[in-house]
Design a protein around this ligand. Structure first.
Ligand code: PLP
Length: 436
């Protein structure tokens, strides 16, 4: 059965989450399908940041560490985020970047795993994991004389051997939107005596996550993607309570100290997740992140993550169906799993190698540029040039907080026009920029 524009409008009219869109400062004329890269600004953020600057900082000055509760903001935001990822109270802090938090948890995980069984010398991850995760792991393995082993997703089970210390995975793959079964993979790792580190960069706020339910060991994630915390927003870190007190993390700064204002010369780690803080926190950035988290708190009364997930799947199902129906014959393929259980909140399309201008490349980059010129903002992720298993990708993130079904219809209609008119072949769309 084909879907019409009228059907999409009818679905929007019945959408119980529709009101949440008003909480975002979406620019007019833009269909934003890149919330998986940089989330949209919550309307409340500008006034909140101005208040932090003008009142808390400029007027109240240093007293604000106490009077505005700046000091425990990382813990308070962690508690606000915790229900989205299946964490308990006092198990999460918002701080630092995803890359830095990964360094902390991977170090701690290696300390624990290797204290328990020193012969374990490997870290296993996926070859198509987000590069910064692999770079951090590579650096840490080099520093400690360990080995980083990279495998394809279907090879993970066989790679869980008795010499592996830690399995480090990103729950939803940034390139394909493919999602791991966290509980099953964690159970398989534990059965082999291996600890797990889960990166939730494309999961937190995008799909329901249950870290405690899965019995996961360590987790980190990003504040500026689906959580809408702003560019460079502080990330988050979670450690299972069974591990949290066991080791220092390596960045043992004073904010992770049990009594930072005792100013003792020796380090005594704070109990629990607070020891995963390092130095003085970026209060203005944390305040903006809070506005992103507030939207999820407001969504609680509308069905919370379960309702957001149902809408996300409906949006991605619709996008896939409309692309296949209306953009057929242009060399597009689907990189994202059709199975709901294996899909995050994005859809990634591939394009055949050789389908680009004059048979060069895939043309995927130029198609994305032509869409951006029309106000349909997705992004492009480069493949391996047809030499291996990764095609060029046109990536579209679907954030149910502010996208509707009519947006999906219009995005596909623009894609259809870009392909049928050949407008993507223009030279201006075939020049590359520094940030893709
Ligand atoms: C976006 C993303 C990051 C970002 O790391 P930063 O330290 O914030 O630059 C890390 N890992 C994954 C899997 C991501 O998707």
């Amino acid at each position: 059965m084909t879907t019409t524009l009228q059907d999409c409008r009818a679905r929007d009219a019945q959408d119980p989450l529709r009101a949440l869109r008003d909480r975002f400062a979406l620019p007019p004329g833009v269909i934003y399908l890149d919330g998986n890269s940089l989330g949209v600004a919550p309307k409340a953020a500008a006034a909140r940041v101005a208040d932090v600057v003008n009142r808390e900082w400029a007027t109240d000055l240093i007293q604000s560490w106490n009077t505005a509760s700046w000091f425990d903001l990382p813990q308070r935001l962690g508690n606000q985020l915790a229900p989205l990822i299946g964490a308990g109270p006092n198990e999460v802090v918002c701080t630092d970047t995803t890359s830095i938090n990964l360094y902390k948890v991977l170090s701690a995980a290696l300390n624990i795993a290797r204290e328990d069984s020193p012969t374990r010398k490997r870290v296993v991850s996926e070859r198509s994991n987000f590069p910064t995760d692999l770079y951090i792991a590579e650096g840490l393995c080099k520093e400690r004389g360990l080995e980083l082993v990279l495998v394809e997703p279907e090879e993970i089970a066989a790679a869980l051997t008795s010499d592996v210390a830690v399995l480090m995975l990103t729950h939803v793959n940034y390139r394909t939107g493919a999602m791991h079964d966290m509980a099953a993979v964690t159970a398989a790792a534990h059965a082999a005596g291996i600890l797990t580190v889960w990166d939730l960069a494309h999961s937190a706020g995008a799909v329901p996550v249950d870290l405690n339910g899965a019995g996961a060991d360590f987790s980190i994630g990003c504040g500026y993607k689906y959580l809408n915390g702003g560019p460079g927003a502080p990330a988050f870190v979670w450690v299972h309570p069974r591990h949290a007190d066991r080791f220092w993390q390596p960045l043992s700064g004073w904010w992770g100290h049990a009594a930072p204002f005792a100013f003792t010369p020796d380090y005594q780690p704070a109990p629990g997740i607070t020891r995963y803080l390092c130095g003085t926190q970026p209060i203005i950035s944390l305040s903006a992140l809070q506005c992103g988290l507030d939207v999820f708190t407001a969504a609680q009364s509308l069905g919370g993550m379960a309702a957001l997930r149902a809408k996300s799947l409906a949006l991605t199902d619709l996008f896939i169906a409309l692309v296949e129906e209306r953009c057929a014959g242009h060399g597009l393929g689907l990189a994202t799993p059709r199975d709901h259980a294996q899909r995050g909140s994005q859809v990634c399309l591939t394009r055949d190698e050789g389908a680009g201008v004059n048979g060069q490349g895939s043309g995927a980059y130029a198609i994305v540029q032509a869409l951006i010129a029309r106000g349909v903002i997705g992004d492009f992720r480069k493949g391996d040039g047809g030499t291996g298993r990764h095609n060029d990708i046109l990536r579209f993130g679907f954030t149910p907080l502010y996208l509707g079904f009519e947006d999906v219809w219009n995005a596909v209609e623009h894609l259809r026009q870009v392909l049928e008119s050949g407008e993507w072949q223009k030279a201006e769309f075939n020049q590359t920029h520094a940030v893709t």
